[in-house]
Design a binder for this molecule. Structure first.
Ligand code: PFF
Length: 452
């Protein structure tokens, strides 16, 4: 990728390509691993409603704002702020995004490594004939050991780096395009199997029947963090991708479509997981291991489950890859464009640094379990800090930048492709960006820190 003028920037070649790439970034472990376990820990239905509220009210506006900044700035997350607001401290939002990217990549690769391990275990039919308790115990043993989780994490990071090295068009677009529809199909099949299991009804009411008595400020903060994490917003991944979007693509439509797809898949994952959780007498508040304890049970109960399990974990690993490349791309685009290192050097540097921190995340389930900072393991600390604090704070600053700092006409110009498209509800959008979104995010953040 070139670091000089706009003309030579590498970019997405088609509208379908950019939607797939942005959706590929959004859809990942966040939907299928993180969403169910956070819902489970946060008491179910009420969390889901609050989450959906944040997606609508904040998700779409923040995503549009990131695309506007990126496509107008034509640079990485930090460089776009520098270009649009030269001589101001706004570039610090980009710095924050790069820090968040490192943290997320580190703990993301731990879970992606587990996913790869489950591909292998599905192939070797490792769970055949096991009870649900035995399957949970198996996961407990696996993820607390040192060697294999680290090996799989390393393999995942190498795969991520390899795709990033292939460049934007050839790499990201090609991989994102074809495979995600299959994942959706598989989830639908799994959801059907799950809700037809004996004893599954309680799972659906857990997911869809809100009980507001369980809601406290930590649940609201968790819903905010999950909304940002799942949509890949708040740290500049979509600023970076926005800078690769062609001038004739419709930013509002892309935002709405990506958000819809992401949200549907999360709910689908919830419908696949929770009925099975209750049918197999497992604990919804089981934590980060939830899907690894639940899913093998579903496959055991499915005709063709052996094959389904393999395909599912392969697709989940690919979904994780299309997300992890968008995280690594934030750092690589910054290093190549601002610090003038080659794409190869940038990829190697960023991947090595994130892997080092990632090792600590993986070990924090095993030998480093007792090493905690304010009660949180390294894994939990990075996840909490990045997802629940840095992403919402980044999102707050991003909407403030677009609505208070940028010229209103420039924002309209970007959303309308210089007057070609009609922008629906522009005034309403600006009102949300100016007042509602920043105030809502600030209230949740302050409330959780205990300032309010
Ligand atoms: N949205 C991704 C997922 O749901 O798995 C994770 C992610 C990607 C978070 C990119 C943040 C980001 F910038």
């Amino acid at each position: 990728m070139s670091s000089s003028g706009n003309e030579s920037r590498d970019g997405f070649t088609s509208r379908f390509g950019i939607i797939c790439a942005a959706a590929g970034s959004a859809i990942g472990l966040g939907n299928i691993w993180r969403f169910p376990y956070i819902v489970g820990e946060s008491g179910g239905g009420a969390f889901l409603l609050i989450y959906l509220g944040f997606i609508l009210l904040l998700g779409i506006p923040v995503m549009m704002s990131e695309f506007v900044i990126g496509r107008r700035g034509q640079r990485n997350a930090l460089g776009s702020f520098k270009r649009l607001a030269p001589g101001t401290p706004w570039y610090l939002v980009g710095v924050m995004g790069i820090v968040a990217a490192f943290m997320i990549l580190a703990f993301y690769s731990t879970i992606a490594g587990w996913t790869l391990a489950y591909v292998v275990r599905s192939v070797s039919n490792a769970f055949a004939g096991m009870t649900s308790q035995q399957i949970s115990a198996e996961f407990g043993t696996f993820h607390t050991t040192t060697f294999w989780p680290l090996v799989y994490q390393l393999i995942f990071m190498v795969m991520t780096a390899w795709i990033i090295l292939a460049g934007v068009k050839k790499g990201i677009e090609r991989y994102a395009k074809v495979l995600m529809p299959f994942l959706v199909l598989l989830l639908v099949i799994m959801a059907i199997r799950s809700i037809t299991l004996p004893g599954s009804a309680m799972g659906l009411s857990f997911l869809f029947k809100p009980d507001f008595s369980v809601v406290d400020s930590s649940v609201i903060l968790a819903a905010l963090g999950q909304a940002f994490f799942s949509l890949s917003i708040g740290m500049g991944a979509l600023i970076t991708y926005g800078s690769y979007i062609q001038k004739n693509n419709n930013l509002s439509n892309i935002s709405i479509q990506v958000t819809l797809a992401d949200t549907l898949i999360a709910i689908l994952a919830g419908v696949a997981i929770f009925p099975a959780v209750f049918a197999f007498n497992l604990d919804p508040a089981d934590g980060p291991g939830l899907i690894f304890s639940v899913l093998p049970n579903i496959f055991q109960q499915m005709p063709g489950g052996y094959v389904f399990a393999i395909i599912f974990f392969v697709l989940l690993a690919i979904a994780a890859l299309t997300s992890s490349i968008s995280i690594l791309e934030v750092v690589v685009a910054y290093l190549t464009e601002e610090l003038n290192v080659t794409r190869r050097q940038a990829t190697i540097m960023a991947t090595s640094a994130a892997t080092l921190v990632g090792v600590l995340c993986t070990l924090s389930f095993g030998v480093m379990e007792g090493f905690t900072i304010s009660g949180l393991t390294v894994f939990d600390l990075l996840d909490f800090t990045a997802s629940n604090l840095l992403l919402p704070l980044g999102g707050l600053l991003i909407v403030v930048f677009v609505s208070w700092y940028m010229k209103r006409d420039d924002v309209r110009d970007e959303l309308s492709n210089s007057g070609v498209l009609k922008v629906h509800l522009f005034n309403a959008l600006m009102f949300i960006l100016k007042f509602i979104a920043p105030v809502a995010i600030a209230i949740v953040l302050f409330d959780s820190i205990g300032i309010i």
